[in-house]
Design a protein around this ligand. Structure first.
Ligand code: FPP
Length: 243
C-alpha cells in the first residue's frame, strides 16, 4: 500500500498501490457540446495529464490507462487518426515531464502502429526506464484476452523447446509472460461514464481489484473525482478470497 504523502488535501491513510483507469465517455462529453468526438479525446487527454500528476503527487506507485483497445480499430478512420495524432503529440512533448521522474511503460501490440509512433514509444520507455517516482502504464492496441493468448504462446514455445516442463507452469509463470511482468496487480480499477463493465482491460491483473464506477464522463474526471474513489477504496474490506 502507498501511504499518504500530501498535506494539501484530505486523503485516506490507505491508498492503492496500483490504480487502473478506463478513460471512457470522451465521445459523449463532446456530443453534449455539439463538438466532434476528437474534441472529447483532446479534452480527455488533458484530464489524463492532470490525473497523472495528481497520482504522482499523492504517492501512488503505479497507474494504468486504457488509451486504445484492440477493438477500437472498429471506429471511423477519422476518429482513429485523431487519436493517433493525440498519442504522437503527447509522446513528442513528454520529455518536458522527465523532471517528474515517472517511468513510462506501453503495453499492447505495437506492430499495428506507424513506425514513427513505435519509435517514440520505444524512446520514451527507454529514456524513463530508471525513473522511480511512479510507473505509468499506457495500454495501446491492448486487449486482455490477446495478452493472455500471447502469454500462452510464449509458455508453449518454452515447453516445446524443453526449457520448461508443463508441471512447472504456475500462476507466476503466466504473470511473467504478460506485458505487465514485474508490475503489481491492480488494486483499484476506475471506470467513469456510467458503464458497468471492465471491457477486456487488464483482466488477469484485475482479478482482485476493487471496482469503482462513476457517472462522470472522463474529461470531467478531475482529481476531486479521484478523491471520491480513493475514499471509497479505503472503506472496502479486501479479503482476497479469505474471510
Ligand atoms: C473512450 O471514450 C476513450 C478512448 C477510446 C480514447 C482514450 C484516449 C484518450 C483520453 C487520449 C489521451 C491518452 C494519451 C495516452 C495521450 P469513448 O470515445 O468510447 O467515449 P463514449 O463512450 O462517450 O463514446
Amino acid at each position: 500500500m502507498a501511504t499518504k504523502d500530501n498535506n494539501k488535501r484530505d486523503l485516506p491513510e490507505i491508498l492503492p498501490e496500483h490504480i487502473g483507469f478506463i478513460m471512457d465517455g470522451n465521445g459523449r462529453w463532446a456530443k453534449q457540446r455539439h463538438m466532434p468526438r476528437s474534441f472529447g479525446h483532446a479534452e480527455g487527454g488533458k484530464t489524463y495529464e492532470k490525473i497523472v500528476r495528481y497520482c504522482r503527487d499523492i504517492g501512488i506507485k503505479y497507474i494504468s490507462f486504457y488509451a486504445f483497445s484492440t477493438e477500437n480499430w472498429k471506429r471511423s478512420s477519422e476518429e482513429i487518426s485523431a487519436l493517433m495524432v493525440l498519442f504522437k503529440q503527447y509522446l513528442a512533448k513528454v520529455q518536458n515531464y522527465y523532471k517528474e521522474e515517472v517511468r513510462m511503460v506501453f503495453i499492447g501490440d505495437r506492430s499495428a502502429f506507424a513506425p514513427e509512433l513505435v519509435e517514440l514509444m520505444n524512446k520514451v520507455e527507454n529514456d524513463t526506464k530508471d525513473f522511480d517516482k511512479m510507473t505509468m502504464i499506457v495500454a495501446l492496441n491492448y486487449g486482455g484476452r490477446d495478452e493472455i493468448r500471447n502469454a500462452a504462446k510464449k509458455i508453449a514455445a518454452s515447453v516445446q523447446k524443453g526449457e520448461l516442463s508443463i508441471d512447472d507452469i504456475t500462476e507466476q509463470t503466466v504473470a511473467d509472460n504478460l506485458y505487465t511482468k514485474g508490475i503489481p496487480d491492480v488494486d483499484l480499477l476506475i471506470r467513469p461514464s456510467g458503464e458497468l463493465r471492465t471491457s477486456n482491460f487488464l483482466i488477469w491483473q484485475c482479478a482482485y481489484a476493487e471496482l469503482y464506477f462513476s457517472d462522470v464522463l472522463w474529461p470531467d474526471f478531475l482529481p476531486e473525482e479521484l478523491d471520491k474513489a480513493l475514499w471509497a477504496y479505503a472503506g472496502r474490506q479486501r479479503r482476497f478470497g479469505g474471510v
